[in-house]
Design a protein around this ligand. Structure first.
Ligand code: CP
Length: 310
């Protein structure tokens, strides 16, 4: 597979590139399961995680992935960096580049920040770990890997993405990845939380939860992103939970073997019933997290050109 410089989105990736990353991640899962998780693939290389927004899963799993592959890792949190003194994204990137860091994983509240960062370091890989409401490509990949593992395929599945779609970078990456691999995608939520450009996207749109869930093979429940909402998009959290919160009871219209994903972090009792989140008959949320490490290894391997010493 021809190497790219950066991973900024799934919209611009081909089905072949996505499948290559999923296949590579699948093969790397064996390494993640070993008692001694260490291969020399990226020995001598360095990876910086540059996070201007909080994270538990993405940042830790990128650092785990890099360490398993023997890269050195550097962690920059905006709250304790010179960004609080007003340093720009450009100067942050140029500074880390001048230190000899080999690759950058960036999360920022500004949609397009990863594209910008990639321009500031023209010779080095930049990986988008979530930019505003635009994309979160490695989350999309780990969701695809989880769906493919559980269902044995992605092609032909009906996948309902439920919740705060308008503010969700996870929704966009899932939409593009699922569409490219042949799934039918539904966006389900209150009209106020659906994207303005939904009619131009390769999906069906539902404003009624039961209609959106009917016959779905997979339901991906998204978090209500209160931190990105500067207005009231629904009357109250209680009403949102009643109308759009997903529970085992509400899944009776979905396919009998429906699988439930959530990218985390969850608002238990709001967008997803707490009992459903823990119900292993449906929920694969911890499997998603496990797959996140292997997916991020695959992405680092692709962009940083690991030697064939796995
Ligand atoms: N899903 C996700 O991006 O989680 P974090 O914000 O914890 O990284």
């Amino acid at each position: 597979m021809t190497r790219r410089k950066d991973l900024l989105d799934l919209q611009s990736l081909s089905a072949e590139e996505i499948t290559y990353l999923l296949d590579t991640a699948q093969s790397f899962k064996e390494i993640v399961a070993r008692p001694v998780k260490k291969v020399p693939t990226l020995r001598g290389k360095s990876v910086a995680t540059v996070f201007f927004e909080p994270s538990t899963r993405t940042r830790t799993s990128f650092e785990a992935a890099a360490k398993i592959m023997s890269a050195d890792t550097y962690s920059l949190a905006a709250t304790t960096s010179s960004a609080v003194k007003g340093e720009s994204l450009k100067d942050t990137m140029l500074t880390l580049d001048a230190m000899g860091i080999d690759a950058f994983v960036i999360r920022h509240s500004f949609s397009g920040s990863a594209h910008l960062a990639a321009k500031y370091v023209p010779g080095k890989p930049v990986i988008n770990a979530g930019d505003g409401t635009h994309e979160h490509p490695t989350q999309g990949l780990l969701d695809l890997l989880t769906v493919r593992e559980v269902k044995g395929r992605v092609d032909g599945l009906t996948v309902a993405i439920v919740g705060d779609i308008a503010h969700s970078r996870v929704a966009r990456s899932n939409l593009w990845g699922l569409h490219k691999l042949g799934a039918r995608v539904r966006l389900v939520g209150p009209a106020t939380l659906l994207p303005a450009d939904a009619d131009q996207l390769p999906c069906e749109v539902f404003t009624d939860l039961e209609a959106g869930l009917r016959g779905a093979d997979v339901v991906n429940v998204l978090r209500i992103q209160l931190e990105r909402q500067d207005a009231a998009f629904f009357p109250s959290i209680r009403e949102y939970a009643r109308l759009f919160g997903v529970s085992a009871a509400k899944l009776h219209v979905a396919a009998p073997d429906v699988t439930v994903l959530h990218p985390g972090p969850m608002n238990r009792g709001v967008e997803i019933a707490s009992s459903l989140a823990d119900d292993r008959r449906y929920a694969v949320i911890t499997d998603q997290v496990t797959n996140g490490v292997a997916v991020r290894m695959a992405v680092l391997f692709w962009l940083m050109g690991g030697a064939a010493q796995i």
